[in-house]
Write a protein that binds this ligand. Sequence first.
Ligand SMILES: [Zn+2]
Length: 152
Amino acid sequence: MSDQNNDQQEQSHERNIQDDDQQEQSHERLNYWVENLDPEQYAVIVEGATEPPFTGKYLHVKGPGIFHCAACGQALFSTKDKYDSGSGWPSFSRPISGNSIGERKDTSYAMMRIEVHCSRCGGHLGHVFDDGPPPTGKRYCINSLSLVYIET
Ligand SMILES: [Zn+2]
């Protein structure tokens, strides 16, 4: 009996990972996944903190591979769009798709910045700036702690 129960739980896990249609329940979804986050990840993803520059484990990853949201698993960035911005954080010229990232104004620290987050669970990722390379001119400056890297 206990084996069957474990199987059922794993199946429902997979359903949640693959379910892209219900973005409205973002907070419930985030609460569900934050149980898997360590305290450093929680501070960044849930509370909006920023990891110190040049400390992230994905800063020098070249790929090929895909970066997923550490909270919910949604694919967010490809190493194809990753470049060395010199900022000390993993930097990308674009997200992996147009609807994988959400943006909002962030006026904290007396700055006007654009905060970026996972469009599915709302987890904080970093900020986007207008000093990136062509053709997008964008620099998505992302915390390694918000990401899980999977080689392809
Ligand atoms: Zn997410």
